[in-house]
Design a protein around this ligand. Structure first.
Ligand code: ZN
Length: 506
C-alpha cells in the first residue's frame, strides 16, 4: 500500500489484519471442535488413528497462525495507538494468547503433548488396577513439564498461578481461594448437620427401569420447554455429556441411567445452559474475542444457573412434572414436592465427584484444588497424595475411600494438567450471584416465569448482562458489570442455606 503518513494507516490496517487472523484461528479451532464432537458422538471406534492425525494437524496449523511474527508486529503497532474500548479489548485478549503461545518453545509443547497422551494411558491402567504407584512417576514428570512451561511463560511468577490463569484468566487466585475458604467453613458443618438430622428424602423415581428411548424423548421435551433453538443446535448422547460449538451451532449431549431419569434430565439442562451462552454471543463478532465466551468459570455459571436455579426449583417441577408423567405413566402419583426433594437430595457418603450432589460437590472440588496446589508448589510429595486425599475426604465429608480408584485416581484431570478444577465451583458461586441480580432486576417474579414456562426474559437478561460482552471485559470486571459487585460467596451460601434448611428441616 502506498502511504506517506505511516501512523495514520497503521491502525486500521493492522487491526483489520489482526481480525482476519483471529477469524482464521477461530475457524481452525471450530473445525477441531466439530471433529472432536464427531469423535465422541458419531465416529466408529476404528476411526481413531486417522482422527488423531487430523486433530494434531489442525492444532499445529492453529499454532503457526498464532505465533507468526506478523501477529506480534500488528499487536505492537496497535498497542501504541489510540483504540476504542472494544478494539483495546481485542488487542488485550490476542496479546495474551500470543504471548502464551510464543513463550513456550515448540519442543516443550511437543514433549508435553506426548507425555499427556502417555499419562492418560497410564492413569487408565492405574485406576483400573487401583495402583497409584503405577501412576506416580508419570505424574511427577507431568508436574515437571508443567513447571517448565509455567516458567517459560513467566519465570518470576509462582508456577501454580500461571497454570491457574490458563483456565481462569483475570480472576485473581486470592479471590477464588478466599471464596473457597468461606465455602469450606460453611458447607462442612451444614453437611454434617444434614447427616445428623437423619432425614432421608426418598426418591419417588427409584425402583423402576427407564428405557433410553423414552428418556431421550423426555430430554428433548425439556429442551423444547426451555426454548432450545434446533435450527442452531441438536441433542445426542455421549458417555460424558458436553456442549460443543459457537453462536451459530451449539450442540448438547446427555447420557442415561436406567434406574434414574433425573440423571439425564439434569445433564441435559446443564449442557443446555452452556449452549445458551454460545448462542447468546454476538453473531457479528464471530471470530473475534468480542464474540467468544469469557472463561470456563463464566461458562460454568451459565450451565449451573439453568441446572440449579431453574431445573432444581419447585417452580420448574410444577411446570415439568406433568411432562415427566406423560413419558413415564407409572409416576402418576408422584407429587411436585416429592420430585423437588428427589432433585435436591444430599448424599454425603458418595465418594465420586461426578456423582456428587449440589452441596458436597464443592468439597470434592476444594480438596482437589488444595492438593494440586500443594504438589505443584512442592509442598506435597506425589507419593503422599492418596493419604492426604483420604484424610481430607474424611475431614470434609465424613467418608474415607477404600481404594485409590474411588479416591485420588477417580478423575482424569491430573493426567493432563493442574489448577483446572476451580472453574466448576466458581461457576456455581457466580450462578447464584447472577440469579440474585436477575431477580432484583426483572419486574416479574422469576419463579412465576419458570412456573409459566416463560424462559425468554431469563435468557434475555443473561444475553444483555453476560453473553453479549464476549471477552470485552476481564472476568472480574464482567462480574461487576453484570451484578454490580465483585465475585462473592454470599449469594451462593444464602441460596443453599435457605433451600437445605427447608428441605431437611434444620
Ligand atoms: Zn459444565
Amino acid at each position: 500500500m502506498a502511504t506517506v503518513d505511516e501512523s495514520a494507516t497503521d491502525t486500521p490496517d493492522a487491526y483489520e489484519q489482526l481480525l482476519e487472523r483471529s477469524e482464521k484461528l477461530t475457524n481452525v479451532r471450530m473445525a477441531s471442535m466439530v471433529l472432536g464432537w464427531d469423535q465422541r458422538v458419531m465416529m466408529p471406534e476404528g476411526g481413531t488413528p486417522a482422527r488423531a492425525g487430523q486433530l494434531s494437524t489442525l492444532s499445529s496449523m492453529g499454532h503457526e497462525l498464532l505465533v507468526d511474527d506478523d501477529v506480534g508486529a500488528w499487536l505492537s503497532a496497535l498497542e501504541s495507538q489510540e483504540l476504542t474500548d472494544e478494539q483495546a479489548a481485542v488487542v488485550r485478549e490476542l496479546r495474551r494468547k500470543y504471548d502464551r503461545a510464543v513463550d513456550v518453545p515448540a519442543d516443550l509443547v511437543g514433549r508435553l503433548t506426548t507425555h499427556q497422551t502417555q499419562t492418560q494411558q497410564v492413569w487408565q491402567e492405574a485406576k483400573g488396577n487401583d495402583d497409584f504407584g503405577h501412576f506416580a512417576p508419570a505424574l511427577e514428570e507431568l508436574i515437571d513439564l508443567h513447571r517448565e512451561r509455567a516458567s517459560a511463560i513467566d519465570p518470576a511468577e509462582n508456577p501454580y498461578r500461571v497454570l491457574y490463569e490458563d483456565s481462569l484468566p483475570y480472576l485473581p487466585l486470592e479471590t477464588v481461594e478466599r471464596i473457597f475458604d468461606e465455602l469450606r467453613e460453611h458447607l462442612v458443618p451444614l453437611i454434617a448437620e444434614i447427616q445428623e438430622n437423619g432425614r432421608d428424602l426418598p426418591s419417588p423415581f427409584a425402583g423402576h427401569t427407564y428405557d433410553e428411548e423414552t428418556q431421550m424423548a423426555l430430554s428433548e421435551a425439556a429442551l423444547d420447554v426451555l426454548g432450545y433453538d434446533r435450527k442452531h443446535g441438536r441433542l445426542d448422547t455421549a458417555p460424558h455429556p458436553f456442549m460443543s460449538g459457537n453462536q451459530f451451532d451449539a450442540r448438547v449431549t446427555t447420557r442415561f441411567r436406567e434406574d434414574d431419569p433425573l440423571d439425564a434430565l439434569t445433564a441435559t439442562i446443564h449442557e443446555f445452559g452452556h449452549a445458551t451462552y454460545q448462542l447468546g454471543l454476538r453473531k457479528d463478532e464471530y471470530g473475534t474475542p468480542l464474540g467468544a465466551s469469557r472463561s470456563s468459570g463464566v461458562h460454568e455459571s451459565q450451565s449451573r444457573f439453568w441446572e440449579n436455579h431453574v431445573g432444581r426449583t419447585k417452580a420448574f417441577w410444577e411446570l415439568f412434572l406433568p411432562t415427566v408423567k406423560e413419558h413415564f405413566p407409572h409416576l402418576e402419583d408422584v407429587t411436585v414436592d416429592e420430585a423437588y426433594a428427589a432433585a435436591n437430595r444430599i448424599y454425603p457418603d458418595n465418594l465420586i465427584r461426578v456423582e456428587a450432589d449440589e452441596l458436597t460437590y464443592h468439597l470434592h472440588i476444594i480438596l482437589r484444588c488444595e492438593i494440586d496446589r500443594a504438589f505443584v508448589e512442592g509442598d506435597l510429595e506425589v507419593a503422599d497424595i492418596p493419604q492426604v486425599w483420604n484424610d481430607k475426604m474424611e475431614e470434609y465429608l465424613g467418608v474415607r475411600p477404600d481404594t485409590d480408584t474411588d479416591g485420588c485416581l477417580q478423575d482424569t484431570h491430573w493426567s493432563y494438567g493442574f489448577a483446572t478444577f476451580q472453574g466448576y465451583t466458581v461457576g456455581s458461586v457466580l450462578a447464584a450471584q447472577l440469579d440474585a441480580a436477575m431477580r432484583e432486576d426483572l419486574d416479574a417474579d422469576v419463579d412465576d416465569l419458570i412456573r409459566e414456562g416463560e424462559f425468554e426474559p431469563l435468557r434475555e437478561w443473561m444475553i444483555e448482562n453476560v453473553h453479549r460482552h464476549g471477552q470485552r471485559y476481564p472476568s472480574e470486571e464482567l462480574i461487576e458489570v453484570a451484578t454490580g459487585e465483585p465475585l462473592t460467596a454470599e449469594y451462593f451460601l444464602e441460596y443453599v442455606d435457605e433451600k437445605f434448611t427447608d428441605l431437611y428441616g434444620l
